[in-house]
Design a protein around this ligand. Structure first.
Ligand SMILES: Nc1nc2c(ncn2[C@@H]2O[C@H](COP(=O)(O)OP(=O)(O)O)[C@@H](O)[C@H]2O)c(=O)[nH]1
Ligand SMILES: [Mg+2]
Length: 200
């Protein structure tokens, strides 16, 4: 849910990184954290297990962009991908203004991607978010691995939609990470402008 603070001229948006376990969501946020100047970001909070898998979520506030004369702040979250953390995923998705779905390009992960995407659709519904309305960027990650399958095959697996944007990435090297983030922020701001105009 977008928060607008008129006194401080500030708009706060929520961007959620969704996807199956180990697809590279936390790696995306770590790279973003490393690239954003100190004064434009808060601390990254990760609640992880010993195994370095995200237990609850990662959280990174960034302070970027302007909408009119308002400062736009983005709160970046990741969800835990493992099947049994569904309640946490649903909670993190609550009030999302946009989603980056991080898919694992490896051939043996295709089922996991589809399962996670189906789970995403269910959790959107449970949060009363319309999949046709929410700004969505699908990121095909791990393009560096030899068993990465063609993006056209991956696209088909998700069901193509004209409104969605697609990016290829190698999150460990940072390739495609900032591009994905920028596109997602752009779509969210465009969507917000549309909503504000509708209200007037
Ligand atoms: N080869 C390769 N490994 C990656 C890439 N992105 C992430 N990883 C690795 O995949 C594992 C899981 O990444 P993580 O970000 O924790 O996944 P999450 O569960 O989605 O948060 C880690 O060992 C990462 O270093 C990538 O683009 N290429
Ligand atoms: Mg993680």
């Amino acid at each position: 849910m977008t928060l607008v603070n008129y006194a401080k001229k500030e708009i706060t948006c929520k961007l959620v990184y969704y996807g199956p376990g180990r697809s590279g969501k936390t790696t995306n946020l770590q790279y973003i954290y490393s690239k954003i100047p100190n004064d434009k970001r808060g601390e990254m909070t990760s609640l992880a297990t010993e195994m370095d898998r995200t237990l609850f979520f990662d959280f990174l506030p960034v302070d970027l962009g302007k909408i009119g004369n308002f400062n736009a702040k983005f709160q970046l979250y990741t969800v835990p991908g493992q099947v049994y953390y569904d309640a946490t995923r649903k909670l993190v998705l609550q009030g999302a203004d946009g989603v980056v779905f991080v898919a694992d390009s490896q051939a043996d992960r295709i089922e996991d991607n589809i399962e996670s995407f189906e789970n995403f659709i269910i959790n959107l519904k449970e949060n009363n978010i319309d999949i046709e309305e929410i700004p969505l960027v699908i990121q095909f990650n791990k393009r560096d691995l030899p068993n990465a399958i063609e993006t056209s095959v991956l696209k088909e697996a998700f069901g193509e939609n004209d409104q969605w944007e697609y990016f290829e990435s190698v999150a460990t090297r940072g390739n495609g990470v900032i591009e994905t983030l920028k596109k997602s922020m752009f779509l969210i701001m465009k969507d917000l402008a549309k909503k504000f105009n509708r209200k007037r």
